[in-house]
Design a protein. Sequence first.
Length: 219
Amino acid sequence: MTRTGPPTIEEIRVGDEPAAWRAAGFAVDDDGVCRAGTVRIRLVGRDEGKYVRSWALRGVTGDGDGNIDGLPTAPSSGTGPADPGVHPNGVLLIDHLVVTTPDLDRTIGVLEGRGLELRRTRETGAITQQYGGAPMRQAFFRLGEVILELIGPGEPAGDGPARFYGFAFTVEDIEATHASVGEHMGRIKDAVQEGRRITTLRHKELDISTAIAFMSPEP
């Protein structure tokens, strides 16, 4: 498939049961599809394993399926954007999809080779166990309304694949979201993005395998 337009996310397949996401306040239809903004999140159960299993992209350079630096990539079905869902927890859209990599420059190069445009990079002093407490770097790409946030160590830490990590969703009213999900939410705090606030879902308590955060809208 040749590139036909700016790359966007058509669908993300997640190895969770629909009931688990419903318990977190997401609207999920009878086919296991949760519509977040213009993206379909398809909840496929645990037969293939946990976590994000794959994504389907529109408008990428070259073949639209297979593997993008370790990220399983399904072919686009050619369908247009999903109709926005209406969720009891107030979710409006996917703010960003987080991917980790042991070699940030390598993964940036692969993504750019598939037609994704690097918007910016940032050094961060965040300490994570995944990379032995080392300072991290972030790179940001735009996929339609969704930001792809790529996180890796300051220096390459091996030749392993990139991996999907989790979601941050924009919500209409973060206080209302926190109240609707209740005891399964962490405290609301200031986000890194100026003027925004964030809270995280205690996803394991609901048998959701993928990390999920909720963010207030951009000011």
